[in-house]
Design a binder for this molecule. Structure first.
Ligand code: TUI
Length: 310
């Protein structure tokens, strides 16, 4: 089995999360230039936005990068075509099954890495021809599944023969080593990249992550079928109040992405939706992306023989 660095042509076996509205060409290029795989997060944007960002990232880095497609987006189908047209090498997907796009992507030679929250989905993705899976624990920020990284990663690793990349709850070298110990061959991180100089979000968002303590995230929308982990604030409380009402998935998506934009662009601490993972409490200050990646991987090689990694 190829390791992640061989598969993705990276220095570190690390993928950046596809964070909607956050993961622009700027962040993707910073992560790729630092030795990981940067991603453009298509989120709720349309296909032409994604095309522009793909072209922009190529002006900022010659290192490999990918595109994350949020499958609940009404633009998913058009974006699925744009990644082929633009010759994107790696696609990750979230919030659904990429089954209908798989053949076209594989025919185009794209490396496809779906993000999954369960064994059943991981097995389905392998059968569909996925090259690897990101297995995302409920510690993550944004749209999440039910299972913790600790519980789900080894269960998936036991059931698939493609490489497993762990996500959720990873913010420093201890998390990376834990992921490898659980059977992962790489990691995906998001929250820890929010508080970086290169991350193109409002200063208030960065400060909220830095100031958060361990218990400062909450999951909204559990009852609606689209649970989303955010930092606690007035907006989150309003969401929780909506839990007992019959809010449609479409409506929730609109509200989620609308309030996410308020957080990302306006730093609206009351009405914004500050998606972030449980490791926010470990993020202590602003750093460069390069510093974050060094902090995640420096010294990990010493465990190479024990953990069969890298
Ligand atoms: O997708 C994410 N995280 C996200 S997406 C997002 S934007 C959003 N907007 C409105 C509502 C909800 C989200 C913010 N954060 N992570 C990957 C992930 N994928 N987590 C869970 C899943 C998932 C869930 C169900 C993957 C597949 C799946 O399949 C269901 C099926 O079709 O069988």
């Amino acid at each position: 089995m190829k390791n992640i660095n061989q598969l993705l042509h990276t220095t570190y076996p690390l993928i950046q999360g596809g964070m909607a509205n956050v993961a622009t060409a700027t962040l993707a290029a910073a992560v790729s230039n630092a030795g990981g795989l940067g991603l453009i997060g298509a989120g709720g944007y349309d296909a032409e936005w994604v095309r522009t960002e793909i072209r922009k990232v190529r002006t900022l880095t010659s290192a490999p990068f990918g595109v994350n497609i949020m499958l609940m987006s009404p633009h998913a189908k058009a974006i699925a075509e744009v990644v082929v047209e633009e010759g994107v090498k790696v696609v990750t997907t979230g919030a659904g099954s990429p089954g209908i796009y798989m053949k076209a992507w594989k025919d185009a030679g794209i490396i496809v890495i779906p993000v999954v929250p369960s064994v059943a989905l991981a097995v389905r993705m392998e059968r569909l021809g996925a090259d690897a899976v990101v297995v995302e624990g409920t510690e993550s920020g944004g749209h999440i599944g039910e299972l913790t990284t600790m519980a789900i990663v080894p269960q998936v690793a036991d059931k698939v023969s493609i490489p497993v990349i762990a996500a959720g709850g990873i913010a420093d070298r201890r998390g990376v080593l834990a992921a490898f110990a659980l059977g992962a061959k790489g990691v995906q991180v998001g929250t820890v990249l929010l508080a970086t100089h290169e991350c193109p979000i409002h200063e208030n968002y960065k400060q909220k992550v830095i100031q958060a303590k361990d218990t400062d995230t909450v999951v909204t929308g559990r009852g609606s079928g689209a649970p989303v982990r955010v930092l606690k604030n007035k907006m989150a409380r309003r969401y929780l109040d909506m839990a007992n009402q019959n809010v449609s998935l479409e409506e929730l998506e609109k509200l989620t992405l609308g309030s996410l934009r308020k957080a990302v662009f306006e730093g609206d601490v009351d009405d914004g939706s500050f998606m972030a993972g449980q490791v926010s409490g470990m993020v202590k200050g602003l750093r460069s992306v390069k510093e974050v990646l060094s902090d995640l991987f420096d010294g990990v090689e010493a465990y190479k023989d024990t953990l069969e990694i890298l």
